[in-house]
Design a protein around this ligand. Sequence first.
Ligand SMILES: *[C@@H]1O[C@H](CO)[C@@H](O)[C@H](O)[C@H]1NC(C)=O
Length: 360
Amino acid sequence: MRRLSRRKALSLVKELDAFPKVPQSYVETSASGGTVSLLAFSAMTVLTVLEFFVYRDTWMKYEYEVDKDFSSKMRINIDITVAMKCQHVGADILDLAETMITSNGLKYEPVIFELSPQQRLWHRTLQVIQNRLGEQHSLQDVLYKTVLKGAPTALPPREDAASEPLSACRIHGHVYVNKVAGNFHITVGKPIHHPRGHAHIAAFVSHETYNFSHRIDHLSFGEEVPGVLHPLDGTQKTTSNNNQMFQYFITVVPIKLHTYQVSADTHQFSVTERERVIDHAAGSHGVSGIFVKYDTSSLMVTVSEQHMPLWQFLVRLCGIVGGVFSTTGMLHGFVGFCFDVVCCRFKLGVYKPRDVSPDQ
Ligand SMILES: *[C@@H]1O[C@H](CO)[C@@H](O)[C@H](O)[C@H]1NC(C)=O
């Protein structure tokens, strides 16, 4: 009884066979069939290889969400060179609550404002990349992907000995601030704190030495990620006026970057620039200096590198192989049919339409 039902089941499964076995003697190979098969196999190979490249390729996915992290500190990385002597300038940060943030992390280094030939090359390269970035936004994806662990890209040191007096000041380092709006500024005199605020002591600096021409080699927020370029990197501003005010208004967007090489919390920002001459007589009031006002965005962007999953690759592969196989089979049949019609019926006269019988 049991054997019977098993045999039944077996025959049922046999009937479901969608691959009918054709006896070997029925199968006929032809030259045209062989050619078509060859073409089909080449097409399959080419498409499979191309598909493999698609599979290997990755893309960046951007997701937006509200940033709920208010408590952590944000790091500001600064590397700015001002065309003034170090003893004459001071840099510090005030945040929204007017709390002065100690700028102890900043180093003042006397340098020459003019770059050495090699540094100039580096600077020009940076500017070229910045210009391209402005035009082609997908370049950022490429940069993200090539981000590697390593040292951040910074201005290379001078290759020649300093020949001129060190009349400029490079202010560099990093400062931790609260995640609220704030104001980083470089102006005349060293900052001092007093209970009612803060001031810059600028008593002994003559107006003629004021020169806020500057070069921003690096300005970024958050972790320094090598390879990520920030909008102000490579900016150079020169002025022929002693009393110039430069303002940068920055909106910082926190970015979580996940690529196959690195995972990092970084920040990108957008910037608006303004500059004007301070002339109290003409009604243009203010303090000459470099002012960077920053604010953090409440949105956070997650940028992650995406990859086609393996199962999708396999499904597509099956699609290619099966599709090419059946399409060429159909084409072959169709072409063969057309060939038969054209060549055998009309040309060779194997098939002749029957004469109309006279008795009709
Ligand atoms: C400030 O320094 C820059 C660079 O050395 C120079 O080109 C510019 O003329 C100077 N401006 C003033 C007002 O001295």
